[in-house]
Design a protein around this ligand. Structure first.
Ligand SMILES: NC(=O)c1ccc[n+]([C@@H]2O[C@H](COP(=O)([O-])OP(=O)(O)OC[C@H]3O[C@@H](n4cnc5c(N)ncnc54)[C@H](O)[C@@H]3O)[C@@H](O)[C@H]2O)c1
Length: 458
């Protein structure tokens, strides 16, 4: 059955208190052989993939689907019904699904502006959460999520699936063990050519005003616009942080995972120089992030693809480089050449080093497949953590640290100045205007829903 949004509760008549059930009332300690009953929120580009991956697990039953776009709601319910013996219940209002006692955990695959609030409300309702990256729309949301996770004793997995990839865990070990020597520089890139930009909506059916209001949720009100909705939300600041929070979130997560480092200062420039299609966020970004003892650069281009395979994460150390992407990893050693032999010579033959030896061992790993080797193990890790109550591989604490770095890049780019970060106090140093960009107001009644969830005692 599909619940109509017409019966949405009025917040003042107890909407928040109904969705914010006591965690204890749903506290199910699941055993190793127990089934985890999952509710999926958002059956879009990635949400459908997650639905299939959860359905592939023998100890998982999808008991709820929440989706506002009608064709996808139907598709989600039918896909689950086909692959398991039972048909999940459909919901337009995800809060109704959070009220259900037939759900242990939810998967949040909505646009970014919903990630934090849905996670917080789900935690308050006693559900464990798998939430897609980027973690948040602004820095403060990450703190609220951590607060809710702790208060309601929930398990949260963030959708940075590389953390479940074997080549990524090997990469982290190699960096930590100084296989490439002292790592002093990392380069994160994402290049493609989508000129002149997107020109038409992805979802072709209009949404009712009620559904659109729910799609907007805490974001500022604007009239329904299909160009801002399905898939294309990621090019608008009200719903997303553009490609920096969308894509850099993955790459910088590996750097901060490997090093445990937190940013000190961030400089960034960018703009929408070329694309004329729909959207607001930059089509070219160049950022430099200073960490203690090393620099990281983030380069993103949407209007020129450049060399094939130019989208990756590379680490540079005193013994060589390590380059990694979803399909594989490679260590390319530097050669032992005395510094003197590298002095250029313009008037006499250069001193050539005979048979230079590599400074470290070359490594090549290939053949990894995103769904099989990263997405499915990430789902598995979440289900196992639900049962063990142990932290997930992509937990909120570490994800908030990488989330902060991406938002600092956007703040630096918007204000066109270097942002200095106090990692201990988690605040921007000496720049009130920049510090204001760490937070945003939620649109009513979601501001009250948030407050109720965070102020409630479990
Ligand atoms: N980890 C990855 O590799 C990866 C890949 C793609 C997308 N993502 C992330 O996943 C998220 C979704 O991206 P997408 O491309 O799938 O977007 P999408 O627009 O295709 O899908 C989002 C779906 O959420 C639904 N939705 C929105 N608000 C809702 C609400 N209040 N209740 C129920 N349903 C609601 C929409 O109707 C839509 O169908 C984004 O944050 C994106 O960054 C991650």
């Amino acid at each position: 059955m599909t619940h109509s949004t017409n019966d949405r509760r009025n917040f003042l008549k107890g909407a928040a208190s109904a969705s914010v059930m006591t965690a204890a009332s749903y506290e199910n300690i699941l055993g190793a052989n127990d089934r985890v009953r999952v509710g999926c929120i958002g059956i879009g580009l990635i949400g459908k993939r997650h639905l299939l991956d959860f359905l592939s697990q023998p100890d998982c039953e999808v008991t709820g689907i929440s989706e506002l776009y009608e064709p996808r709601l139907t598709e989600g319910i039918e896909t689950a019904a086909e692959k398991q013996k039972t048909k999940p219940e459909g919901f337009k209002d995800f809060r109704r699904m959070l009220d259900s006692k037939n759900i242990d955990a939810v998967v949040v695959s909505t646009p970014d502006h919903w990630h934090a609030l849905m996670t917080i409300l789900a935690c308050a309702a006693g559900k464990d959460v798998y939430v897609e990256k980027p973690l948040t729309l602004f820095i403060d949301e990450g703190r609220w999520m951590i607060e809710a996770e702790k208060r309601y004793k929930r398990v949260v997995q963030v959708g940075t699936q590389q953390r479940s990839g074997k080549q990524y865990t090997e990469c982290v070990d190699l960096i930590r063990n100084q296989h490439i020597g002292e790592m002093r520089s990392a380069r994160l890139t994402s290049f493609r050519n989508i000129s002149p930009g997107f020109t038409k909506p992805v979802g072709t059916q209009p949404m009712s005003e009620t559904d659109w209001q729910m799609w907007l949720g805490p974001a500022p009100y604007t009239k329904f616009d299909a160009n801002r909705c399905i898939y294309h939300f990621r090019w608008f600041w009200d719903y997303s942080g553009g490609q920096t929070t969308n894509l850099m979130a993955h790459n910088i997560d590996i750097v901060q995972w490997a090093t445990g480092a937190k940013p000190k200062s961030v400089a960034a420039m960018g703009g929408r120089y070329s694309l004329t299609g729909l959207g607001e966020t930059p089509d070219v970004i160049e950022a430099i992030i200073e960490f203690p003892g090393f620099l990281t650069t983030w380069s993103c281009r949407e209007m020129s693809a450049g060399q094939p395979g130019a989208g990756s994460t590379s680490f540079f150390g005193t013994k060589g480089m390590l380059r990694i992407e979803r399909s594989g990893m490679e260590v390319i050693p530097d050669m032992m050449i005395p510094a003197e032999n590298l002095i250029p010579s313009f008037t006499a033959p250069r001193t050539v080093t005979q048979n230079p030896q590599p400074r470290t061992q070359a490594i090549k790993r290939e053949g990894f497949e995103q769904v099989r080797d990263q997405f499915v193990p990430h789902v598995r890790n979440f289900l196992d953590s639900i049962k063990s109550r142990q932290p997930t591989v992509s937990n909120l604490q570490t994800s908030q640290q990488t989330n902060i770095t991406t938002h600092l890049v956007n703040i630096a780019q918007k204000l066109k100045r270097t942002i200095n970060w106090d990692a201990e106090r988690e605040t921007i140093i000496g720049d009130k205007e920049a510090a204001r960009l760490m937070s945003k107001e939620y649109r009513a009644p979601w501001d009250k829903e948030l407050k109720a969830a965070l102020s409630k005692t479990s």
